[in-house]
Design a protein around this ligand. Sequence first.
Ligand code: CP
Ligand code: NVA
Length: 308
Amino acid sequence: MAAFLDLSDAGGNAIAAMLDDAIARKSARSGHPKGQVDSDAPLAGHVLAMVFEKSSTRTRASFDVAMRQLGGSALVLDSGTSQLGRGESVADTARVLSRMVDAIMMRTDDHAKIEEMARHASVPVINGLTDRSHPCQIVADLLTMIEKGKALPGLEVAWFGDGNNVLHSILEAAALMKFNVRVATPAGYEPEAEFVGMARDAGCEVTLMQDAAAAASAADVIVTDTWVSMGQADSETKLAAMQPYCVDAELMKRAKSDAIFLHCLPAHVGDEVTEEVFEGVQSVVFDEAENRIHAQKSILLWCFGKLA
Ligand code: CP
Ligand code: NVA
């Protein structure tokens, strides 16, 4: 049993195994009702607790459906209606939940809280997003890239906008799966140096730039996210600085003709992406969203040591 707080907890070989497993399981259940249990029901009898200190649609729904498809079940605790929201410690919550469930997925603000959860839990803990990273999202993103015919090693991935938690996990994935990342952000909104260093130390090219057009040039994957993440202030200064990083048709034309557009969602169409791109043929954002289910299943199986 292992925690999945960041992609490096698994490593490149395990991520590759997760992606293979996700592709195989997705294909094997194609056309079946979404709540139908996979034929091998590998997590029969297992319960996942989903702890939310921030809002969620995709992470909540996909982990719930993932557990059902694996033969198990899930329950939700949110900060508004649990004792965590009234000040019960993360350590005590971890110890209590470990007596009641088989795994814990947590979405929170400070990454230190999920580390504390993992330290005190005796069951696997999964990062469902913190201010620092969003590893589950990126397993789904890698799955989507592969499905769309992109081989990960050497791929040119271009990011536009805020240097946030999602970008951090993309950089970590680059280090593990050996692709390159161009990062176009306004000055002062770059990703944390730790993640840039991680990818560069692994031999990946990471280019930090302010020129969005240059970043898009001949890219295989164009990706963006909200300019204002949950818990961040949406200052006028920040929004003004972000305007040149909106992914529009002009930017898409600079990428390779078969480039895909990714966005973890929720999107703010008209801000970080135009409607033309969001609804356009290169946009694969709803495949990406669906892939959250298939990615979560492989992550859960890895945590339980059940990945072939
Ligand atoms: N992409 C993502 O994590 O979506 P939710 O915030 O809806 O879970
Ligand atoms: N960067 C966004 C991702 C939402 C899924 C946030 O943290 O709000």
